[in-house]
Design a binder for this molecule. Structure first.
Ligand code: UT7
Length: 404
């Protein structure tokens, strides 16, 4: 059996930051309340031109460069998100095109749990030998679906992206086990109420039906219960016990939920990664951003056992046990990494230039067509105006002839 080892990783956080004090100027809240109830201090907000597709591309470019791979080396792209650029097309295909990859791509929606679902899917493709290199991304531009007048939700969320390259290998490293769960009977607790069931109408928009709505207390209860259970199940499936776990990387929704889950598992907080203070809840991007930061801070060492665990809309939950092991990457590959990085960068720049040029050509063509259309209309009316006296005269003759 093949294992899916994580050989590349990258994250992207928009430069724009919204602090708790900023929020206190917008809604009836305070820094003290937000910190005490959630642990959040700041969150990053997508700026103009930043979307799920563009942020995914940034995180993916970093992950590919770290893996020493080119976009063309990818066999599949999985993008977990609840806030794609459009309903249709899937943002995953936009990312595939912007990267210049030549492979299948699909979008996955499992709420905040999406990234772990994506990792499990990648592992399934790899373990069967179908694919070798899979890009798994978790990205959200959730700020665009948030009601900025609803203090119960707007203080919680942030935007960002995280991506990993999962590569087939023979050694038991990478994803060792995973658990996926869903309980749709709790769907109403976390939802954006538009779609085929409730189409967008001016009335729906006026009632704020297009915003993310949440029953915080219910989600809190569900989360504290499910996080510990899912993690324990994945650990046991990997043939391990809790003492084998070096680092728990939980979904960053609320520090109190994380602490309760750790207590439930009997895991000390120094074995739990927390970065909620900086990003808030970035939904499907939260676990990959946390993973990347844990790696950057040297908290994932060769041979370490990580447990990723999340929950979210659906309601869904998922956990995966990952054995960290990157250094078995062929030495030659790391030598070529800077070259691959430069090629990736050049490829992306070229691709962006092509897209911009393509858009400009299309716009110019439309303008020409518009102008040509107008010229034809003007010529037609001029011709009609010129011919009108003639028509009138012919009509008069005709009427006179008939009378005679
Ligand atoms: O990724 C998954 C998505 N969501 C989650 O994981 C969210 C899970 N739930 C939570 O994290 C928590 O339930 C919240 C952070 C949303 C709320 O914390 P809580 O401790 O459960 O507060 P609460 O809902 O019980 O509300 C307590 C009070 C209420 O006032 P009253 O009724 O006691 O007078 C709220 O109106 O706090 C009030 N409140 C606020 N006050 C200041 C609610 N939001 C705010 C706010 N600022 N932003």
């Amino acid at each position: 059996m093949k294992y899916g080892r994580i050989v590349g990783w990258g994250k992207y956080a928009p430069a724009r930051v919204l602090t708790n004090d900023d929020l206190a100027r917008m809604v009836d809240t305070s820094d003290e309340w937000i910190v005490a109830r959630t642990g959040i201090r700041r969150r990053h907000m997508a700026g103009e031109g930043e979307t799920t597709a563009t942020m995914s591309v940034e995180a993916s470019r970093a992950a590919l460069a770290r893996a020493g791979l080119l976009p063309q080396d990818l066999d599949l792209i999985i993008l977990a998100t609840t806030s794609p650029d459009y309903f249709v097309p899937p943002a995953s295909s936009m990312v595939q095109d912007m990267l210049g990859a030549k492979c299948g791509a699909f979008q996955l929606q499992a709420g905040c749990t999406g990234f772990v679902y994506g990792l499990a899917t990648a592992q399934a493709f790899i373990s069967t030998g179908l694919h070798k290199n899979i890009l798994v991304i978790g990205t959200e531009t959730i700020s665009r679906n948030v009601d900025w007048q609803d203090r119960e939700t707007c203080v919680l969320f942030g935007d960002g992206a995280g991506a990993v390259v999962v590569q087939a290998c023979d050694e038991p490293t990478g994803v060792l086990s995973f658990v996926l769960g869903s309980d749709g009977s709790g769907a109403q607790h976390l939802r954006v109420g538009i779609g085929a069931r409730e189409v967008i109408t001016p009335e729906v928009i006026a009632g704020g039906g297009h915003f993310l709505r949440m029953n915080g207390r219910e989600v809190f209860k569900f989360a504290t219960h499910v996080m510990g259970h899912a993690a324990a199940e994945a650990i046991s499936q990997a043939g391990m016990t809790l003492s084998d776990v070096d680092l728990l990387i939980p979904h960053q929704a609320n520090l109190r939920i994380i602490e309760l889950a750790a207590r439930h598992l009997g895991l000390p907080m120094d074995k739990v990664f927390v970065n909620i203070q900086e990003y808030g809840n970035t939904s499907a991007a939260s676990i990959p951003i946390a993973l990347v930061e844990a790696i950057e801070q040297g908290r994932c060492k060769e041979g370490d056992t990580l447990c990723l665990v999340g929950f979210g809309a659906g309601l869904t939950w998922a956990a995966a046990v990952v054995r960290w092991g990157v250094s078995e990457r062929p030495f030659a590959m790391s030598l070529f990494a800077p070259i691959a990085r430069a090629r990736t960068q050049a490829g992306v720049t070229l691709r962006t230039a092509q897209t911009v040029a393509g858009m400009q050509v299309t716009m110019a063509r439309h303008q020409l067509q518009k102008r040509a259309g107008k010229a034809v209309e003007v010529a037609k009316s001029a011709a009609s105006a010129a011919l009108l006296p003639l028509y009138t005269r012919v009509d008069k003759w005709h009427t006179r002839d008939k009378r005679e």
